[in-house]
Ligand binder design. Sequence first.
Ligand code: IPM
Ligand code: MG
Length: 360
Amino acid sequence: MTYRIAVLPGDGIGQEVTPEALRVLAAVGKGAGVGFEFEQALVGGAAIDAGGTPLPPATLDVCRAAHAILFGAVGGPRWDDAPHEQRPERGLLGLRKELDLYANLRPAKCFPMLVDASPLKRSVVEGTDIMVIRELTGGLYFGEPRGVERFADGGSRAINTMAYTSREIERVARVGFEVARKRGRRLASVDKANVLVVSQLWREVVTRVGREYPDVALEHVLVDNCAMALVRRPTQFDTIVTENTFGDILSDEAAILAGSMGMLPSASLGGTVGLFEPVHGTAPDIAGKGVANPIAAILSAAMLLRYALNMTEDADRVERAVVRVLESGHRTADIAGPGGPVVGTREMGDLIVRALEAQA
Ligand code: IPM
Ligand code: MG
């Protein structure tokens, strides 16, 4: 079997961490007797520089023809002044929408050997193991109408719209319950139903879908309260399902529980081809220095194996390799203790590939 993987490194450290994930996939392929064909394509700022647009049609074609997409990161100060529709971020948002990737899985797990890498107290983060499921193709990100009105008197008014249909809520709620069922059977649905009508519908639909999952304990949590509870007692959460904007914010917050954004992978599912990407961004401050943590990208490759290719055992092997390397004390700068020894992006990739091969 040969799998075609669309590879979209994008910008900043996306260019540095993605190659390490590819090396890991290549090693997995060798061990499992499976071929991977990597087809590189441009997205984000890199695509703007090459052809003026953040999501060229050729990139979309490569993605549609692939078994899975491995994505790096997009954006950077160089393109900050670009008009709204021509920002690098539009490349990612366009892919999500075009490929109907409505369910975004973002695990936030605190690895035992990294409890002290989190700025939060050990007693708070220890044992954290949360899966955030973020709705990814609706809400404020895509709602109509949107835009800016400029008035003759010099004033202006800008609009975004938070809108959800019951169908959009239902399908992501179902993902929430299915995922919770395979984990701790507890699902927290996060909304702002005390203020927003959209959230009232959200709560109504999630409750209705929940009747089909009597084995999963459902609770409704208001988003402000959830933000607080996440840093006060994160172990109270197992699986969280929420709308697009709330999920964007809460998943960054949850990243702190795992020690570093550099550790967190994600999977975007729903359509015919899944997209796998680290939760972190392009990190312009460290880009080009070879110091970025490739683990989020490598764990994203593990999610690709698990969710897109059903290669569960190989996904487990990759995750075990990461744990072994961390257990042996190797750290990139973002997760190193004060004064501890530090390895770069490439070395961390080497170590994980070797740990993977050693399991064969
Ligand atoms: C994320 C990012 C994106 C988002 C940006 C880069 C468009 O923050 O994946 O969380 O807001 O969804
Ligand atoms: Mg975000």
